[in-house]
Design a protein around this ligand. Structure first.
Ligand SMILES: O=C1O[C@H](COP(=O)(O)O)[C@@H](O)[C@H](O)[C@H]1O
Length: 252
């Protein structure tokens, strides 16, 4: 498992620039090595910070047609709902780049609109298993779980990542790849989420955190490794890198 690495940027703009460069470099590396790049997105503010990827030079240099895009967590609601992580990513990022529609793996549209979290989680796990059969996603020889190339993650002020919240049992799930929650402390209550072993099976994990609100949780993790905060459990097979802006690092 990779050691946590932290880089503090003077501004959100510089963090955003560095995240675009990091993503573009990994995209080039994996496409050269195996002809495709699997990227897992989270929701929240992260999508805004991906803005540099849709600008020169990256918009023109990245081989978008080779990308396969997933969500580490999703809210169980209609795709058109303002709460949807799919809608957020489509409007802020994915609609601006030429990734084939078939390579964008969203939550099941019908069951999400219907509000059935448990079934949505099962269907998303089935989708991942089919992609393993199609050799889009390998199974990690080290972990036995699906191995994504890069996950771009965010952390809430309470220390949650994906939809793994403090004092909720989902963090302990080891059998499933995708699980669900129906009482999320952050609205909306129904969500699906990758489980911790799947999150940590990724080759590269980049956790991006900005602003003052999560600063206390950042300090709890960095200074005290407070494992009651789900984000403190983040690891990766190759690199677990945390990008902070000054405000997020202000209590370190
Ligand atoms: O609810 C969620 O929250 C986290 C953190 O979001 P942020 O708005 O505080 O940046 C996000 O990573 C996750 O994907 C989302 O569903």
């Amino acid at each position: 498992m990779a050691q946590r690495k932290m880089i503090v940027f003077p501004t959100k703009n510089e963090l955003s620039q560095a995240m675009a460069e990091y993503t573009a470099n990994l995209s080039a590396k994996f496409i050269k090595e195996k002809g495709l790049f699997t990227v897992v997105l989270s929701g929240g503010d992260l999508i805004d910070w991906l803005c540099k990827l849709v600008q020169p030079p990256y918009i023109d240099s990245i081989e978008w047609s080779k990308w396969h895009v997933f969500w580490v967590d999703e809210r169980v609601c209609a795709w058109e709902d303002p709460d949807s992580n799919y809608k957020l990513a489509m409007e802020g990022f994915l609609s601006k780049v030429p990734i084939p529609d078939k390579n964008i793996y969203a939550i099941d549209k019908h069951w999400a609109a219907d509000g059935n979290a448990e079934h949505c989680a099962a269907l998303y796990e089935e989708c991942l298993k089919n992609l393993v059969k199609e050799k889009i996603i390998p199974i990690s020889k080290k972990t036995g779980y699906p191995e994504f190339d890069l996950q771009l993650l965010g952390m809430g002020p309470d220390g949650h990542m994906a939809s793994l919240f403090p004092n909720h049992p989902q963090i302990n799930e080891k059998q499933k790849w995708v699980t669900h929650i129906t009482d999320s402390p952050k609205p909306p209550p129904k969500r699906i989420t990758f489980t911790l072993p799947v999150i940590n099976s990724s080759l590269y994990n980049l956790m991006a955190i900005c602003d003052k609100a999560p600063a206390r949780s950042v300090a709890e993790i960095m200074k005290h490794n407070n494992l009651s905060l789900p984000s403190a459990h983040l690891s990766a097979q190759v690199e677990n890198v945390w990008y902070l802006d000054q405000a997020a690092a202000s209590e370190l």
